[in-house]
Design a protein around this ligand. Structure first.
Ligand code: EPU
Length: 295
């Protein structure tokens, strides 16, 4: 008997005993009781309602670029939105509408094609629009929630939700939108020349090239503490290149943890704990996680 029975919802793919390493860029973790992929809003509403009614643990995953599963078994449902939620278009009011499952890079490229600027700082940042909004992703002082006109989605009991800019709080790498399952976001961008947009995108892509891109990681592991940089502190503590089994602190950028060779969830978690402890002992700074570490 599987741990959770297939609820047989129309438009919902149900994959029991699903490996977590395959759905995150860090590539560690055991298995989830089930991976559910919703292909329609009806299916999404139904699984949210059912999980609530049954008391199932439910974890919403976007592109899996900022989540690390440190458990051997996720006792519950990992929920993802299917490609039906990945459309990006310019609407009749000139707003850029992106499905929550659209890669952020697709939204950035669509903005360029349509000659609307402001999103260039997203160039090269992996992940999906929904996850980027939940964590208010960004770089160099720019962040995605600043660009929002409005969002639409559901709360975790399956009730529809629609919020406009100003109706939710957000800050550095955090946003109240994480309390919802977003399905669509509308961005208010400014008309701009695609050539100018492309030039700005290249500047941001150059920043990313100094980071360990192309290797298995979750991007920056820790938030920057007020007035300093987690990467600088970890580097100054002499931790670059330190490894536990197959997991290693990047020699290129100390706030990146790399899964070099088939690391286990435990090795990754041990390194994270070690970094926190060492930085606190050396500098008295408590590093706060930027990644979502799922127990
Ligand atoms: N530094 C070191 N050693 C390192 C890494 C950095 O000494 O190993 C020093 C640098 O020399 C520099 C300072 O730390 O003086 C800042 O480094 P960097 O410019 O790389 O920026 P960051 O604060 O480490 C932030 C974001 C990145 C984003 C970059 C570029 C956070 C936690 N990180 O990094 O975002 O790409 O700025 O804008 O806010 C992410 O969120 O996943 C991420 C990668």
């Amino acid at each position: 008997m599987p741990a959770l029975p297939d609820p047989k919802i129309n438009g919902l793919d149900w994959k029991p005993d699903s490996p977590l390493s395959k759905i995150t860029t860090m590539g560690v973790g055991g298995t989830a009781d089930a991976l559910a992929v919703a292909h329609s809003e009806d299916a999404l509403r139904e699984i949210l309602r059912l999980a609530r009614a049954q008391g199932w643990r439910l974890f919403l995953l976007g592109g899996g670029t900022n989540t690390i599963f440190r458990c051997d078994r996720f006792a519950g449902v990992v929920l993802k939105l299917g490609p039906e939620f990945a459309r990006v278009r310019l609407d009749e009011n000139g707003l850029l509408c992106a499905g929550a499952a659209a890669p952020w890079s697709a939204a950035v490229n669509a903005a360029k094609r349509n000659g609307v600027g402001g999103m260039e700082f997203g160039a090269g940042i992996p992940g999906q629009v929904g996850g980027a909004l939940a964590g208010n992703a960004g770089q160099k002082g720019w962040s995605l929630c600043d660009l929002l006109d409005s969002v639409r989605g559901y709360d975790y009991s399956g009730e529809p939700a629609a919020l406009r800019q100003g109706e939710f709080a957000y800050g550095y790498r955090r946003s109240d939108l994480a309390r919802f399952v977003l399905v669509e976001a509308k961005f208010l961008l400014k008309p701009s020349d695609p050539f100018v947009i492309e030039t700005k995108m290249q500047e941001f892509l150059a920043i990313r090239r100094e980071q360990p891109v192309g290797q298995r990681s979750s991007g920056c592991v820790f938030k920057n503490p007020e007035g300093d940089h987690a990467g600088r502190l970890i580097d100054a503590a002499g931790l670059k290149g330190l490894s536990r089994g197959g997991a290693e602190i990047s020699v290129e950028h100390a706030n990146f943890l790399i899964n070099k060779r088939g690391a286990s969830a435990q090795e990754v978690a041990d390194l994270i704990d070690h970094v926190r402890k060492t930085v606190f002992e050396r500098f008295g700074v408590q590093l706060e996680l930027e990644v979502r570490l799922v127990e």
